[in-house]
Design a protein around this ligand. Structure first.
Ligand code: NAP
Ligand code: F7E
Length: 331
């Protein structure tokens, strides 16, 4: 039985990846931080086969101890401060966790290593935010980086140090440059889930409107469940490499609102949406659209869930969830 270790196990991608790997007959270990992380119980109930271990991306000795204890075949580094807006308010913390955290994981893997015949394989969760003020469209593995936030800058560091450890120490270290991917498990702070959740609450009469920032930016949105399969496929290759993972389609926030409100049975979203500058960023990433042809050719990966289906799944989930919560509180 192969053993996989995942940082960021309590996050959206960690939860999908753990389910996917359990289905592939892996023994899955998830790194949980904090002395009483409230999400630990939830993910344990969701995936009873999952084994939780303690560690923090800011603490190298804890990461070495975890890797020594678990002796994984594959390490997936998904842990990060992942919210771009927060990275402007807490840039040093973001650099430490999202940037230096990658270096610490690579050091732990390099030091503990695995056997000579079966060295540990490493996946780094790189991001389309590294392209930032894009130099070309669509963006591919050769497109130059121009990050626009402390988060994007930290991800460029994590990406480059992963490439460096591959070249300097021969680590089987791959980087997935993933474009935005969403799901009903997306955090409520991200714009897609904020919209589907608020819309469900509007539909149920629990909320009047949604406050949003910049509606003009465009993103290449896919489904997280599809994207974790690409992560796994990268680590099954003989040679480590970097891959863009994206749908190749781009939509503005306005497009997302159009589709979501139509699915919920409204003709027009404008009466329900107000503008709030607090949700704007000092520097914005205007347009992202990925070219995943390398992943398609070399990994045999293509996305399965399209844009409208993604929005519908998120909205339907939030409608059921909010209805249950409202029912429970009135009971
Ligand atoms: P997420 O839902 O925000 O999850 C982030 C995870 O990181 C959580 O499990 C969190 O644990 C953990 N974490 C935070 N600080 C930590 C620390 N000091 N030590 C250990 N773990 C820590 O993010 P996601 O959407 O699943 O994304 C997974 C990864 O892919 C992230 O690295 C993200 O930057 C990257 N990425 C995401 C996207 C996307 O569209 N989703 C696209 C490209 C790249 P707690 O529960 O303890 O806070
Ligand atoms: O913003 C605009 C906002 O926070 C998307 C992370 O997973 O994907 C994610 O980063 C867009 C931006 O995601 C609101 O200005 C308008 O243009 O959902 P988001 P993100 O910044 O694209 C990348 C690939 C990652 O790697 C990150 O980890 O929506 N926007 N109004 C808003 N955004 C938010 N959050 N809230 C608003 O009210």
């Amino acid at each position: 039985m192969k053993r996989a270790l995942i940082t960021g196990i309590t996050g959206q991608d960690g939860r999908y990846l753990a389910e996917f790997l359990s289905g592939q007959d892996y023994q899955v270990f998830g790194v949980v931080r904090g002395q009483n992380n409230p999400k630990a119980q939830m993910i344990q109930e969701e995936n009873p086969a999952l084994e939780l271990v303690e560690g923090d991306l800011t603490d190298l000795s804890s990461l070495i101890a975890v890797i020594e204890q678990v002796q994984p075949d594959e390490v997936y580094n998904l842990g990060a401060i992942s919210f771009v807006q927060l990275s402007f308010r807490q840039p040093e913390l973001t650099a430490d966790i999202t940037g230096l955290g990658v270096l610490r994981m690579l050091e732990a893997v390099r030091i503990v290593g695995g056997s000579e015949n079966n060295p540990m394989r490493f996946y780094q969760a790189s991001s389309s935010e590294m392209f930032g003020k894009v130099r070309e469209t669509p963006q591919n593995e050769r497109t130059a980086f121009h990050p626009r936030s402390p988060y994007g800058v930290a991800k460029v560091f994590g990406h480059n140090v992963t490439v460096n450890y591959r070249e300097a120490y021969g680590l089987h270290a791959s980087s997935g440059i993933l474009f935005n991917h969403e799901s009903p498990r997306r955090g409520l702070e991200f714009v897609t889930r904020k919209i589907t959740n608020s819309l469900a609450r509007i539909k149920l009469g629990l909320q009047d409107s949604i406050s949003l920032g910049n509606l003009e930016s465009a993103r290449d949105w896919g489904f997280a469940g599809d994207y974790v399969e690409a992560m796994w496929k990268m680590l099954q290759q003989d040679t480590p490499d970097d891959y863009v993972v994206a749908t190749g389609e781009t939509h503005t926030i306005r497009d997302f609102l159009d589709v979501a409100f139509r699915i919920a049975g409204y003709d027009d979203w404008e009466p329900f949406v107000s503008h709030d500058t607090r949700f704007e960023r000092p520097t914005e990433v205007d347009l992202l659209m990925g070219d995943a042809s390398k992943a398609s050719k070399e990994l045999g990966w293509t996305p399965k869930v399209g844009f409208e289906e993604l929005v519908e799944r998120m909205y339907e989930h939030d409608l059921a969830w909010e209805r249950t919560k409202a029912g429970n509180s009135s009971a």
